[in-house]
Design a protein around this ligand. Structure first.
Ligand SMILES: Nc1ncnc2c1ncn2[C@@H]1O[C@H](COP(=O)(O)OP(=O)(O)OP(=O)(O)O)[C@@H](O)[C@H]1O
Ligand SMILES: [Mg+2]
Length: 236
């Protein structure tokens, strides 16, 4: 079984007036140390899928297994712990706390692991340095640009050393040079530290880095595996 596994997953948004099925008995197997992208037009359900894999939203049916755990079997407290230890999130709209500085935002998830403030802040500064924001650690999000806020969100996703990072449009607000820098960082974490990435994206730069390309169409998921250069050479 893959590190992320979906079996017959269904998700329908329903109200009295309408019903919209985003996932219809969808199956997916994402291996360990993946660099996967989810492609699909706006409104096709990419964020919905990420939210369910990250256990922020529950499917109406089917099973989602992450790192061997069927997430439906966890209660709220166990789920919060599981998310904190296993998964890092980069949300489409960042979700930074406006009253905390960049460094405090990055440090925040460590609070739930009982890490003392001084150590938390030290780790947060390390992660901010990784995304090129050492000089902005003490600024409030309101004083940062969109791209800088996005990088703070990426640093925060990294802070607990998760095995899996779920990223919703991680490069959407970045200039190309910064986007390339963020992708280099993600590729390095993937190749040398085995961190899996699952990104919803429209950005070709991200798609070019992917080893698994997942498309969402008519409620089903299809995964295409991109051969490595070695594999291409072997079959030539
Ligand atoms: N809470 C909700 N209630 C009702 N419908 C919703 C809800 N959230 C999303 N939808 C609908 O479900 C569909 C999928 O939404 P989702 O946000 O997953 O798309 P997406 O692929 O991430 O789009 P984008 O590329 O624009 O971010 C859309 O048609 C959206 O309008
Ligand atoms: Mg979305």
């Amino acid at each position: 079984m893959g590190q992320i596994s979906l079996r017959s997953v269904c998700r329908t948004y329903a109200s009295e007036a309408f019903s919209l099925t985003v996932l219809d008995q969808a199956d997916l197997e994402i291996p360990d140390s993946a660099f996967a992208v989810i492609c699909g037009p706006s409104g096709s359900g990419k964020s919905t899928l990420l939210n369910m894999i990250g256990a922020l939203d529950r499917p109406d049916g089917g099973t989602i297994t992450i790192a061997g755990t069927d997430i439906a079997t966890l209660n709220e407290k166990q789920l919060a712990k599981f998310r904190n230890e296993t998964i890092g999130f980069v949300f489409q709209s960042f979700h930074l706390l406006p009253v905390l500085t960049a460094a405090e935002n990055v440090a925040w998830p460590l609070y739930f692991q009982g890490v003392k403030r001084r150590e938390r802040m030290e780790i947060a500064r390390e992660k901010l340095a990784l995304v090129g924001l050492s000089d902005h650690a003490n600024k409030l999000p309101g004083k940062l640009s969109g791209g800088q806020r996005q990088r703070v969100a990426i640093a925060r996703a990294l802070v607990c050393n998760p095995r899996i990072i779920l990223a919703d449009e991680p490069t959407a607000n970045l200039d190309r040079k910064t986007a390339q820098g963020v992708l280099d960082l993600m590729s390095d974490l993937n190749a040398h530290h085995g961190v899996s990435f699952l990104c919803a994206t429209h950005d070709n730069l991200v798609v070019e880095h992917a080893r698994q390309i997942i498309s969402l169409s008519e409620g089903k998921l299809h995964m295409q595996v991109v051969p490595t250069l070695n594999e291409v050479a072997r079959h030539a």
